[in-house]
Design a protein around this ligand. Structure first.
Ligand SMILES: Cc1cc2nc3c(=O)[nH]c(=O)nc-3n(C[C@H](O)[C@H](O)[C@H](O)COP(=O)(O)O)c2cc1C
Length: 223
Protein backbone atom coordinates (compact mmCIF):
# COMPACT_ATOMS: atom_id res chain seq x y z
CA UNK A 1 0.00 0.00 0.00
CA UNK A 2 2.87 2.42 0.78
CA UNK A 3 4.14 1.98 -2.71
CA UNK A 4 0.72 2.86 -4.09
CA UNK A 5 0.48 6.08 -2.07
CA UNK A 6 3.39 7.58 -3.90
CA UNK A 7 2.52 6.35 -7.36
CA UNK A 8 1.41 8.45 -10.31
CA UNK A 9 -1.48 6.04 -10.33
CA UNK A 10 -3.50 7.38 -13.16
CA UNK A 11 -0.68 7.96 -15.58
CA UNK A 12 -1.78 6.31 -18.74
CA UNK A 13 -1.32 6.46 -22.46
CA UNK A 14 -4.07 5.43 -24.86
CA UNK A 15 -3.65 1.76 -25.69
CA UNK A 16 -4.12 0.57 -29.23
CA UNK A 17 -7.33 -1.20 -30.03
CA UNK A 18 -9.11 0.03 -26.91
CA UNK A 19 -12.71 -0.95 -26.71
CA UNK A 20 -15.69 -1.64 -24.50
CA UNK A 21 -17.36 -4.91 -25.16
CA UNK A 22 -20.48 -6.05 -23.41
CA UNK A 23 -20.64 -9.70 -24.47
CA UNK A 24 -23.79 -11.69 -23.94
CA UNK A 25 -23.90 -15.42 -24.55
CA UNK A 26 -27.16 -15.39 -26.35
CA UNK A 27 -29.34 -17.58 -28.47
CA UNK A 28 -30.47 -14.65 -30.56
CA UNK A 29 -28.65 -12.73 -33.23
CA UNK A 30 -27.40 -9.30 -32.24
CA UNK A 31 -27.74 -7.88 -35.71
CA UNK A 32 -30.27 -5.10 -35.74
CA UNK A 33 -32.92 -5.19 -38.38
CA UNK A 34 -33.87 -1.56 -37.95
CA UNK A 35 -31.05 0.51 -36.46
CA UNK A 36 -30.79 4.26 -36.51
CA UNK A 37 -29.09 4.05 -39.88
CA UNK A 38 -32.03 2.28 -41.47
CA UNK A 39 -33.23 4.10 -44.60
CA UNK A 40 -36.26 6.23 -43.94
CA UNK A 41 -39.44 4.59 -45.29
CA UNK A 42 -41.14 6.85 -47.80
CA UNK A 43 -44.76 7.11 -48.85
CA UNK A 44 -45.58 6.12 -52.46
CA UNK A 45 -45.42 9.76 -53.43
CA UNK A 46 -41.89 9.95 -52.09
CA UNK A 47 -42.71 11.97 -49.00
CA UNK A 48 -42.85 10.86 -45.38
CA UNK A 49 -46.31 9.89 -44.13
CA UNK A 50 -47.89 12.77 -42.15
CA UNK A 51 -48.11 10.94 -38.81
CA UNK A 52 -44.42 10.07 -38.99
CA UNK A 53 -43.06 13.28 -40.37
CA UNK A 54 -40.08 15.02 -38.85
CA UNK A 55 -41.07 17.72 -36.30
CA UNK A 56 -40.36 21.28 -37.40
CA UNK A 57 -36.94 22.53 -36.32
CA UNK A 58 -36.99 23.69 -32.71
CA UNK A 59 -40.24 21.89 -31.87
CA UNK A 60 -40.24 20.06 -28.56
CA UNK A 61 -41.26 16.40 -28.66
CA UNK A 62 -41.56 13.71 -26.01
CA UNK A 63 -38.82 11.08 -25.95
CA UNK A 64 -39.65 8.23 -28.32
CA UNK A 65 -40.59 5.60 -25.69
CA UNK A 66 -43.35 7.89 -24.35
CA UNK A 67 -44.90 8.70 -27.71
CA UNK A 68 -47.71 6.61 -29.21
CA UNK A 69 -46.17 4.36 -31.89
CA UNK A 70 -48.02 6.20 -34.66
CA UNK A 71 -46.41 9.50 -33.68
CA UNK A 72 -42.81 8.30 -33.73
CA UNK A 73 -40.52 9.42 -36.52
CA UNK A 74 -38.89 6.64 -38.56
CA UNK A 75 -35.62 7.40 -36.77
CA UNK A 76 -37.27 7.02 -33.36
CA UNK A 77 -38.97 3.79 -34.43
CA UNK A 78 -35.64 2.48 -35.72
CA UNK A 79 -33.83 3.37 -32.50
CA UNK A 80 -36.48 1.63 -30.40
CA UNK A 81 -36.26 -1.44 -32.64
CA UNK A 82 -32.50 -1.54 -32.09
CA UNK A 83 -33.00 -1.17 -28.33
CA UNK A 84 -35.46 -4.09 -28.41
CA UNK A 85 -32.94 -6.24 -30.33
CA UNK A 86 -30.21 -5.51 -27.77
CA UNK A 87 -32.64 -6.07 -24.91
CA UNK A 88 -33.66 -9.44 -26.42
CA UNK A 89 -30.01 -10.40 -26.56
CA UNK A 90 -29.37 -10.03 -22.84
CA UNK A 91 -32.87 -11.26 -21.93
CA UNK A 92 -32.12 -14.53 -23.78
CA UNK A 93 -28.55 -14.90 -22.50
CA UNK A 94 -27.78 -17.66 -20.03
CA UNK A 95 -24.83 -15.80 -18.55
CA UNK A 96 -23.23 -12.43 -19.19
CA UNK A 97 -19.69 -11.16 -19.38
CA UNK A 98 -18.88 -7.44 -19.56
CA UNK A 99 -15.26 -6.41 -20.16
CA UNK A 100 -15.00 -2.66 -19.72
CA UNK A 101 -11.97 -0.35 -19.64
CA UNK A 102 -11.77 2.90 -17.67
CA UNK A 103 -11.71 5.85 -20.05
CA UNK A 104 -10.96 9.34 -18.75
CA UNK A 105 -12.01 8.38 -15.23
CA UNK A 106 -15.42 7.13 -16.37
CA UNK A 107 -17.13 4.67 -18.67
CA UNK A 108 -16.40 4.80 -22.37
CA UNK A 109 -19.00 6.25 -24.69
CA UNK A 110 -19.57 2.76 -26.07
CA UNK A 111 -20.85 1.15 -22.88
CA UNK A 112 -22.73 4.34 -21.89
CA UNK A 113 -24.54 4.43 -25.24
CA UNK A 114 -25.27 0.72 -24.97
CA UNK A 115 -26.84 1.12 -21.51
CA UNK A 116 -28.73 4.28 -22.48
CA UNK A 117 -30.22 2.42 -25.42
CA UNK A 118 -31.15 -0.84 -23.65
CA UNK A 119 -32.69 1.07 -20.75
CA UNK A 120 -35.24 2.65 -23.10
CA UNK A 121 -36.72 -0.82 -23.60
CA UNK A 122 -39.67 -1.12 -21.16
CA UNK A 123 -38.28 -4.41 -19.82
CA UNK A 124 -35.07 -2.73 -18.64
CA UNK A 125 -36.25 0.63 -17.28
CA UNK A 126 -35.57 1.62 -13.66
CA UNK A 127 -39.04 0.51 -12.50
CA UNK A 128 -39.22 -2.77 -14.42
CA UNK A 129 -38.71 -6.31 -13.15
CA UNK A 130 -35.98 -7.06 -15.69
CA UNK A 131 -35.60 -10.44 -17.41
CA UNK A 132 -31.94 -10.41 -16.33
CA UNK A 133 -32.89 -10.58 -12.63
CA UNK A 134 -30.83 -13.28 -10.94
CA UNK A 135 -28.80 -14.06 -14.05
CA UNK A 136 -25.12 -14.82 -13.43
CA UNK A 137 -22.88 -12.04 -14.72
CA UNK A 138 -19.24 -11.05 -14.48
CA UNK A 139 -17.96 -7.52 -14.92
CA UNK A 140 -14.24 -7.25 -15.66
CA UNK A 141 -12.95 -3.71 -15.34
CA UNK A 142 -9.48 -2.78 -16.57
CA UNK A 143 -7.62 0.39 -15.69
CA UNK A 144 -4.29 1.64 -16.89
CA UNK A 145 -3.48 3.25 -13.53
CA UNK A 146 -4.26 2.22 -9.97
CA UNK A 147 -7.23 3.57 -8.06
CA UNK A 148 -7.27 1.28 -5.04
CA UNK A 149 -7.73 2.45 -1.46
CA UNK A 150 -4.85 4.61 -0.28
CA UNK A 151 -3.66 5.65 -3.73
CA UNK A 152 -3.61 9.36 -4.64
CA UNK A 153 -6.48 8.89 -7.05
CA UNK A 154 -8.67 6.71 -4.91
CA UNK A 155 -12.25 7.60 -5.88
CA UNK A 156 -11.38 8.77 -9.39
CA UNK A 157 -12.79 5.62 -11.00
CA UNK A 158 -16.31 6.79 -11.76
CA UNK A 159 -17.04 3.78 -13.95
CA UNK A 160 -17.08 0.68 -11.76
CA UNK A 161 -19.60 1.99 -9.21
CA UNK A 162 -21.95 3.11 -11.96
CA UNK A 163 -21.67 -0.24 -13.74
CA UNK A 164 -22.52 -2.03 -10.48
CA UNK A 165 -25.61 0.20 -10.10
CA UNK A 166 -26.82 -0.63 -13.61
CA UNK A 167 -25.96 -4.33 -13.84
CA UNK A 168 -26.73 -5.42 -10.27
CA UNK A 169 -29.20 -2.87 -8.94
CA UNK A 170 -31.16 -1.80 -12.02
CA UNK A 171 -30.92 -4.96 -14.13
CA UNK A 172 -30.80 -7.31 -11.14
CA UNK A 173 -27.93 -9.50 -12.32
CA UNK A 174 -26.17 -11.81 -9.90
CA UNK A 175 -22.95 -9.89 -10.40
CA UNK A 176 -19.32 -10.68 -9.67
CA UNK A 177 -16.67 -8.05 -10.37
CA UNK A 178 -13.03 -8.55 -11.28
CA UNK A 179 -10.99 -5.35 -11.09
CA UNK A 180 -7.61 -5.20 -12.80
CA UNK A 181 -5.40 -2.16 -12.21
CA UNK A 182 -2.09 -1.12 -13.77
CA UNK A 183 -2.63 -2.62 -17.23
CA UNK A 184 -0.34 0.11 -18.56
CA UNK A 185 2.65 -1.02 -16.52
CA UNK A 186 5.11 -2.19 -19.15
CA UNK A 187 3.53 0.18 -21.68
CA UNK A 188 4.02 3.55 -19.97
CA UNK A 189 7.63 3.91 -18.75
CA UNK A 190 6.47 6.28 -15.95
CA UNK A 191 4.97 3.21 -14.28
CA UNK A 192 8.06 0.99 -14.49
CA UNK A 193 8.60 1.03 -10.73
CA UNK A 194 5.28 -0.78 -10.28
CA UNK A 195 6.22 -3.85 -12.30
CA UNK A 196 6.07 -6.26 -9.36
CA UNK A 197 2.86 -4.84 -7.99
CA UNK A 198 1.25 -4.98 -11.45
CA UNK A 199 2.24 -8.66 -11.80
CA UNK A 200 0.65 -9.37 -8.43
CA UNK A 201 -2.57 -7.53 -9.37
CA UNK A 202 -2.68 -9.39 -12.68
CA UNK A 203 -2.30 -12.78 -10.98
CA UNK A 204 -5.06 -11.94 -8.49
CA UNK A 205 -7.41 -10.75 -11.22
CA UNK A 206 -6.74 -13.88 -13.27
CA UNK A 207 -7.45 -16.10 -10.27
CA UNK A 208 -10.74 -14.31 -9.64
CA UNK A 209 -11.66 -14.39 -13.32
CA UNK A 210 -11.05 -18.15 -13.44
CA UNK A 211 -13.22 -18.69 -10.39
CA UNK A 212 -16.06 -16.54 -11.72
CA UNK A 213 -15.72 -18.03 -15.19
CA UNK A 214 -16.33 -21.47 -13.70
CA UNK A 215 -19.46 -20.15 -12.09
CA UNK A 216 -20.74 -18.76 -15.40
CA UNK A 217 -20.03 -21.97 -17.26
CA UNK A 218 -21.77 -24.06 -14.59
CA UNK A 219 -25.12 -22.28 -14.94
CA UNK A 220 -27.76 -24.94 -15.63
CA UNK A 221 -28.41 -23.72 -19.17
CA UNK A 222 -24.72 -23.46 -20.09
CA UNK A 223 -23.68 -26.82 -18.61
C1 LIG B 1 -9.34 6.97 -24.47
C2 LIG B 1 -8.70 6.28 -23.31
C3 LIG B 1 -8.85 6.81 -22.04
C4 LIG B 1 -8.28 6.18 -20.94
N1 LIG B 1 -8.46 6.69 -19.70
C5 LIG B 1 -7.91 6.09 -18.64
C6 LIG B 1 -8.09 6.61 -17.34
O1 LIG B 1 -8.72 7.60 -17.09
N2 LIG B 1 -7.51 5.95 -16.31
C7 LIG B 1 -6.80 4.81 -16.49
O2 LIG B 1 -6.33 4.24 -15.50
N3 LIG B 1 -6.63 4.27 -17.71
C8 LIG B 1 -7.17 4.89 -18.78
N4 LIG B 1 -7.00 4.36 -20.02
C9 LIG B 1 -6.29 3.10 -20.14
C10 LIG B 1 -7.23 1.92 -20.21
O3 LIG B 1 -8.16 1.87 -19.16
C11 LIG B 1 -6.39 0.64 -20.17
O4 LIG B 1 -5.39 0.73 -21.16
C12 LIG B 1 -7.20 -0.57 -20.40
O5 LIG B 1 -6.36 -1.67 -20.13
C13 LIG B 1 -7.66 -0.61 -21.86
O6 LIG B 1 -8.15 -1.84 -22.17
P1 LIG B 1 -8.27 -2.25 -23.70
O7 LIG B 1 -6.87 -2.11 -24.25
O8 LIG B 1 -8.76 -3.64 -23.67
O9 LIG B 1 -9.21 -1.29 -24.31
C14 LIG B 1 -7.54 4.98 -21.13
C15 LIG B 1 -7.40 4.45 -22.42
C16 LIG B 1 -7.97 5.10 -23.48
C17 LIG B 1 -7.79 4.50 -24.85
Amino acid sequence: MHEERSCPCSVWTPASGSRARPAARSRTSSSASGGPGTPTPRSPAGTSAPSRSRPPPGARRSPAPYLPAAERTPEQAGALALAATLADEIADAEALLFAVPLYNFGVSQHIKTYVDLVITDPRFGPRAEPPTAGKPAVLVTVRGGNYSAGTPREGWDHATGWLRRILADVWGMDLRVVERDFTLVGVNPALDSFTDLAAELKATAEREATEHGRLLSSTPAAA
